[in-house]
Design a binder for this molecule. Structure first.
Ligand code: FEO
Length: 399
């Protein structure tokens, strides 16, 4: 049975939630599920904005069929070719054989790579600034390359002042019956998952996000319709401010993310002692065991916190595997402008401190606080003063 929501009287959300997915994109755990958003405009012509992932295709087809109420589907606008939005395109074309596809040239290339359906006479190529009318609604197209794929574009409806923003402004988490962000306490209930979504999926491309934010700022926007998560019709500015921080790699808060990798608990002991000393000095600490917490949560907090401390044992003459995975993930996401400190452990040849620094060395505007603290097997009295000094240095740096 269909399950739709109206975003406007003539704009219907025809997407679906997936609460059974374990890992989005095969890597990001989604304990609260995820939504795949698709929007149908019922104008003089009917226009579908993107499709959905295969996992929720049946609900999507029912939603689309019901919402069209016997009308033909005239156009599909594709803003992004990643299969969580485009996997059901060929099935929609089979169901509505006269449908025309509006996309840009890069999307057309990917369409031909992913699909074999007949595209002859079906594709309408648009570029930056081109316009299109479905009757009452007039659209223009805004290219958003590398936010977060090269073909991505956004669409602005100047009639209803809608920005179809592709993956931008999305979040992890199923909608659970809600459609609008103002139907939730978004900043308290969903900001952490929105940050984890942005930083892990789009975080590497801050420059490109900044470019498209500048274009969006010139628009009068009443409604933002992303491909995941909630539609924004109120208080969008507060969320936009977060995007400005994340995309410019400015920390959201003065705080420490303290991540440790510990085999038998001695490195964890050092991390615990440092955490206590930091908290005694009034410093907020967000602490993780890299063997327990998935990297995506720590990548997210690395974007959130001003200071990052990494403590790891040496393992096979390298960095313990879960810490190495985290550091390489942070490096791959192009994080910049943080204060860094390191604690290493090793029973016979501690090298993890030097190696951790090397992994993060390519990142821009990173500053180091203090020397590496070295533990040989277990924390001894002399390390207490070193941990005390590191806590002092971090606390002083925050004031
Ligand atoms: Fe939600 Fe980049 O796909």
């Amino acid at each position: 049975m269909y399950c739709t929501r109206k975003a406007l009287d003539d704009l219907i959300w025809v997407g679906a939630d997936d609460r059974r997915l374990v890992c989005f994109e095969g890597v990001y755990g989604v304990p609260d599920g995820v939504s795949y958003n698709s929007y149908l405009l019922l104008d003089e012509k009917t226009v579908l904005f993107d499709t959905v992932d295969k996992a929720v295709s049946q609900t999507f087809y029912e939603n689309l069929t019901h919402s069209l109420n016997g009308r033909e589907l005239d156009y599909i606008v594709i803003t992004h070719m990643e299969p969580d939005h485009a996997a059901t395109l060929d099935a929609v074309v089979l169901r509505y054989p006269n449908v025309k596809i509006i996309c840009n040239a890069k999307i057309k290339v990917m369409l031909e790579q992913y699909f074999d359906f007949d595209m002859e006479g079906r594709i309408i190529i648009v570029k930056e600034g081109d316009s299109f009318s479905s009757g009452r609604h007039n659209f223009s197209f805004i290219m958003a390359p590398m936010v977060h794929w090269p073909e991505v574009m956004m669409v602005y409806d100047s009639t209803a002042k809608i920005l179809f923003s592709a993956d931008a402004f999305g979040t992890f988490g199923a909608l659970n019956g809600r459609l609008f962000a103002d139907e939730t306490d978004f900043m308290h209930e969903h900001l952490d998952e929105a940050r984890r979504y942005y930083t892990n999926i789009v975080g590497k491309y801050g420059v490109q996000v900044q470019n498209v934010l500048k274009k969006a700022e010139a628009l009068d926007i009443a409604l933002v319709c992303p491909l995941h998560g909630f539609v924004w019709r109120k208080n969008f500015g507060e969320y936009l401010e977060k995007y400005k921080l994340w995309s410019s790699y400015v920390p959201e808060e003065k705080s420490v993310m303290l991540a440790y990798a510990s085999v038998y608990g001695h490195t964890e002991n050092a991390a615990n002692i440092l955490a206590a000393k930091l908290v005694e000095r009034g410093v907020k600490v967000r602490m993780y065991d890299t063997s327990v917490t998935a990297a995506s949560y720590m990548v997210s907090d690395a974007f959130r916190c001003s200071h990052l401390v990494f403590a790891a044992t040496t393992y096979n003459m390298g960095v313990f595997v879960t810490m190495e995975n985290l550091l390489r993930d942070i490096a791959a996401h192009n994080l910049q402008g943080r204060k860094l400190a390191f604690i290493e452990n090793g029973s016979w040849s501690p090298t993890s401190g030097k190696l951790m620094r090397e992994i993060l060395a390519p990142l821009k505007n990173m500053e180091y606080i203090g020397e590496n603290i070295t533990i040989r097997s277990a924390v001894k009295e002399e390390q207490l003063s070193q941990l005390e000094a590191l806590a002092d240095a971090i606390a002083a740096d925050m004031n």
